[in-house]
Design a binder for this molecule. Structure first.
Ligand code: HEM
Length: 380
């Protein structure tokens, strides 16, 4: 269980190969001082037991991510109020307008950079419209997102903290403007929220917005890369999804999106810390130990999914862990699936075929970041 793994993630182009090999050797790996849950059963066990596996993993308080128990539930209720199906439905037409404009502006029969030309602008515009942020902030957000990604990739905690600090400063400025001129958009509404009978403090609003932005922007742009790459390299699935788009079957398009993300989950892992000694997958983990839930590995567990690369949106839906499970399950799931569905719908409705670019290969991201760094495609 505690043996070091032989494959160096940094030397393997596709980190999923590493995780698959690690998981086949042991359900819980012990590396760099952390215990990594790789199998579906152990990942679900950790995520479903917050009393044993606390989310209070760092000194920095992140709302609601780093909270546990009743405190988590109180803040989580605030977050959930902003992400209800009704609110998500209200955003759809704006997202569709952004997606349509982006796809219409792309060249045909020439190489398109999926993430840079579709994923990033779509994520930033959808996010800004949702939160009521000014269009002038878009460039700053794109730069921040790239720096945040690079910091995560570097594995350097002080760099990640510095990038988080910069975001806080950017948002503090925005909130000061709002305090003077109350607005009726989502950011304005969040400022008017309360928890346990008292108004949210600015620090708390900034923390909530940082988690939404980090979750939304980075993961959304990366997810567009994963989905478009999969469709371009799986013409049979692309044809099937085109059929769902043509018949207006929104649920089937969302199921396809979620299944493609299961096969290549770019949102790799979350952290926990143990509150007591515990047995997990045959390993004895001491109290106070760092634990990682590796969603990407769990989503490819053959014990649950058989061949992990087999595309089966209906059969695999119930066990899909792309949006996590347990009390911290992603509150942005409905919003994300709507946003990804809409961009896929607009992309497919406005093209006859999406093909991999013949001259430039797709390039994987650098672990620990998942998904693709570059997905060059040609729209026909
Ligand atoms: C492809 C896009 C996304 C993926 C794959 C994703 C995935 C996840 C996962 C796996 C978790 C569980 C974390 C844990 O157990 O520690 C999570 C939590 C969370 N996500 Fe997402 N997410 C995405 C997009 C979003 C969006 C759009 C938002 C909000 C606008 C969002 C907000 C959050 C928040 C606030 C949490 C923490 C919830 C809590 O601690 O109770 N995410 N997400």
């Amino acid at each position: 269980m505690g043996e070091p793994v032989e494959i160096d993630a940094g030397q393997v182009a596709d980190q999923r190969v590493v995780y698959d090999a690690q998981r086949a050797r042991c359900p819980v790996a012990h590396e760099d001082g952390a215990w990594v849950a790789l199998r579906h059963a152990e990942v679900v066990a950790v995520a479903s037991d917050p009393a044993t596996y606390s989310s209070a993993v760092s000194a920095r308080r992140a709302i609601p991510n780093s909270l546990d128990g009743a405190e988590h539930a109180a803040y989580r209720a605030v977050v959930d109020r902003f992400l209800t199906p009704e609110r998500v439905a209200r955003e759809e037409s704006q997202c569709r307008a952004h997606a349509a404009a982006i796809v219409d502006a792309l060249p045909r029969d020439a190489t398109v950079k999926t993430i840079g030309q579709i994923g990033v602008p779509y994520a930033v515009r959808s996010q800004s419209t949702w939160l009521g942020w000014p269009a002038e902030l878009e460039d700053e957000l794109v730069t921040w997102m790239q720096d945040n990604h690079a910091a995560t990739r570097s594995g350097d905690r002080s760099r990640t903290a510095e990038v988080a600090e910069r975001f806080d400063q950017m948002i503090h400025g925005l909130l000061e403007d709002r305090r003077g001129h109350p607005a009726t958009d989502v950011t304005g509404e969040l400022l008017a929220e309360s928890v346990d009978g008292r108004p949210l403090e600015d620090e708390e609003v900034v923390s909530i917005l940082r988690n939404w932005t980090a979750g939304d922007l980075g993961s959304l742009a990366t997810s567009v890369g994963v989905i478009v790459h999969f469709l371009a390299t799986h013409p049979d699935v692309q044809r099937e999804v085109r059929g769902h788009v043509a018949s207006g079957d929104h649920a089937a398009v969302e199921a396809a999106v979620e299944e493609i993300l299961r096969i290549d989950d770019p949102f790799v892992a979350n952290r926990r810390v143990t509150t007591r000694e515990v047995e997990l997958g045959g390993a004895t983990i001491p109290e106070g130990a760092r634990v990682l839930v590796n969603w990407t590995a769990a989503n490819r567990d053959p014990l649950v999914f058989g061949d992990p690369d087999a595309y089966d949106p209906v059969g695999h839906a119930a066990a899909n862990l792309v949006f996590g499970t347990g009390p911290h399950v992603c509150p942005g799931r409905d919003l994300t699936l709507m946003e990804l569905r809409v961009v896929v719908e607009e992309l497919l409705a406005r093209t006859d075929r999406i093909e991999p670019a013949p001259d430039r290969p797709a390039v994987r991201e650098t672990p620990p970041v998942g998904g693709w760094a570059r997905v060059p495609v040609v729209l026909r």
